[in-house]
Design a protein around this ligand. Structure first.
Ligand code: ADP
Length: 401
């Protein structure tokens, strides 16, 4: 499909997948194309487009590494008629240090991203290579970096501090928080649904493979569960969440574990996968928990920790009026939401069983003091909106040169 309106390409590059979409930049951006390449580097790499429906196997000669997959993706995108209408591209960039807003990609910004790569070696190199590949082919195309950390720059100093010697703080070692694109989207949705509630005391629970919570007051983040890296906070599919720092020295002494091995273990072998020993996927664990005590413990720990974060954020906020569940688990798993909320009646959280069972937009009882909502998060749409706003792309607005 071709568009009469200017369009925005959005790119969200993960460790083994790249999600992409093309939005028509109308009054409310509308997706004309939406897809992903998955299993990069794992064999059987696929390009799956849901809008319009296309499924392709990425040929072997392109699928071995990220760089050649990106080349394949750009070839494919350029061959789509709608690509001719693309006036700008927006990228999800997981780490943006002090940036509190999306930023145009300039040589200065690219140099800065290269410089801060040590702060996020898991994500930044791939994200930078996507920006550079697009720049090489389309040097005139405007590009925008949308940072996952930006939403949390409003946190007060006390929520940013890490209790280690000040000499590290001076180098930028502090709590940043992540999932900011999702949180920005959820807050925009809440503002649309209930503007007064968006100014109140809100807890956002983004529960996917990566999972975190944020405490929001007056529509600004005041705290979040992830910190210096996305490994911290809540237990996740394969990440530990918060750990006793004493474990580092213990494992180094007794297991001769190196820093790189510790990094791999805490990011890729732990969490629900580590505890269950079988799966990182909550659907699998819920299916097997009746017969498998380790699977049951993994699910129990996840629900218990989310409950504790909700309790501590309610304390930080001085109360709670709105609780929002989002992402794969938050949007689709009534049983998990029920277990998290059981026992939170003292805070005014009361789920309506029927509403919860059908993943209704509002799942609290009519009499419950706290409105509990399920909102389908949309990071790609948030990127498209951010690009359109920053570059003033829209029906009556032209891209600035
Ligand atoms: P990512 O962080 O990779 O984007 P998602 O937001 O897609 O992750 O969430 C993936 C998680 O959501 C997996 O643990 C998956 O099991 C869980 N999930 C998805 N659908 C359901 C469902 N119907 N019931 C329970 N869990 C679900």
């Amino acid at each position: 499909m071709k568009s009469g309106l200017p369009c925005v390409l959005t790119i969200n590059g993960g460790s083994s997948s790249i999600r992409f979409a093309i939005y028509e930049a109308g009054k409310t951006p509308r997706p004309l194309l939406d897809g992903k390449i998955d299993r990069i580097g794992l064999g059987e790499t696929n390009l799956v487009v849901t809008k319009p429906a296309v499924q392709l196997k990425v040929p072997r000669r392109y699928s071995a590494d990220h760089r050649s997959v990106v080349g394949f993706l750009l070839d494919w995108l350029e061959a789509q008629p709608v690509f001719a209408s693309v006036e700008a591209a927006g990228h999800r960039v997981v780490h943006g240090m002090k940036h509190s807003e999306p930023a145009r990609v300039t040589p200065k910004l690219l140099a800065e991203l290269h410089r801060i790569t040590p702060y996020d070696p898991e994500h930044l190199p791939r994200e930078i290579s996507l920006i550079e590949a697009l720049k090489k082919r389309h040097p005139k195309l405007q590009q925008v970096a949308c940072f996952d950390t930006a939403f949390h720059r409003s946190m007060p100093p006390v929520a940013k501090l890490l209790p280690i010697p000040r000499r590290y703080t001076a180098k930028g070692v502090e709590r940043y928080g992540f999932h900011g694109l999702s949180y920005s989207y959820l807050m925009e949705e809440l503002k649309r649904l209930d503007p007064a509630a968006a100014q109140g005391r809100v807890i956002l629970a983004h529960l996917g493979n990566g999972a975190s919570l944020a405490a929001v007051r007056h529509a600004k983040s005041i705290d979040t569960s992830m910190g210096f890296t996305p490994t911290s906070g809540l237990v996740m599919s394969t990440r530990t969440g918060d750990l006793d720092p004493g474990l580092v020295y213990y494992l180094a002494r007794t297991e001769h574990m190196t820093a790189a091995q510790f990094q791999r273990m805490t990011n890729h072998e732990s969490g629900l996968l580590g505890i269950s020993g079988t799966s990182s996927d909550v659907r699998d664990l819920c299916a097997s928990e009746g017969a498998d005590v380790r699977a049951a413990q993994a699910v129990e720990l996840f629900c218990y920790q989310v409950k504790k974060w909700i309790g501590s954020f309610a304390a930080a906020l001085g109360g709670l009026e709105t609780l929002i569940f989002a992402a794969g688990i938050g949007e689709n798993a009534p049983l998990i939401r029920q277990r998290i909320c059981d026992g939170l009646g003292f805070l005014g959280v009361q789920l309506d069983r029927k509403r919860n069972a059908r993943n209704a937009p509002l799942i609290s009882t009519n009499g419950g003091r706290v409105k509990v909502r399920v909102i389908r998060t949309d990071e790609q749409l948030m990127i498209a909106r951010s690009v359109a706003r920053l570059l003033k792309i829209g029906p009556t607005q032209k891209v600035k040169p």
